[in-house]
Design a protein around this ligand. Structure first.
Ligand code: ATP
Ligand code: MG
Length: 173
């Protein structure tokens, strides 16, 4: 069994941009290390080999354009007690990607978190409640999505990308 999720990973340049845009101490909690920053597309949970293969098949057929998200606020979510960067809107391309992936996962009976998708970038966990902070608009672009294997280790979560799929503008043949 492996704990899996699909995600968007900011490029190294976008991570530099993000670091510059962040306030000094974003969460007063456990700050997420740079290499772990991601936007979860679909959280699958613990899957055996067969379901994991089906998840890859689902991703193989996804036709969706590159995604941009413009993050404009650092919010506090009381449920998970996280500090999160949230975009001003969920762009059409982002919805298309999530929708396509969700549809293909459902077709293959791959379980995933099917609640309304709220794209976000968690920057701190076990955070204290805090007022929402407006940010200089932070435009992040994603040209691919990845499948991540997540392990919980004493030092924290360890993520390993075990698959990646490019996002392309629609090409009519
Ligand atoms: P750890 O749980 O090891 O402390 P983590 O929460 O970063 O670290 P995972 O639990 O594997 O690692 O979660 C991976 C990603 O999926 C995170 O972005 C997490 O917020 C998200 N996630 C976890 N559980 C769910 C869920 N039930 N529904 C939606 N997203 C989830
Ligand atoms: Mg977790």
């Amino acid at each position: 069994m492996a704990r899996l999720f699909f995600a968007l990973q900011p490029s190294s340049d976008d991570l530099d941009q993000l670091a510059r845009a962040m306030p000094e101490n974003p969460g007063a909690g456990r700050v997420i290390p740079r290499e772990n920053l991601h936007v979860t597309l679909a959280f699958l949970g613990e899957l055996g080999a067969e379901k994991a293969a089906a998840a890859r098949e689902a991703a193989d057929g996804v036709q969706a354009p590159p995604v941009t998200l413009c993050f404009t606020a650092l919010a506090y979510w009381p449920g998970p007690r996280t500090r999160v960067l949230v975009p001003e809107e969920v762009t059409a391309a982002a919805q298309t990607l999530r929708g396509e992936l969700a549809r293909r996962l459902r077709e293959r009976n791959v379980p995933f978190d099917a609640r309304i998708w709220r794209p976000h970038l968690t920057v701190a966990r076990k955070a204290r409640p805090a007022e929402e902070v407006r940010l200089e608009p932070l435009l992040l672009g994603f040209k691919e999505f990845v499948l991540v294997h997540s392990r919980t280790e004493p030092a924290g979560a360890h993520y390993e990308s075990i698959g990646r799929w490019p996002l392309h503008e629609h090409r009519s043949v």
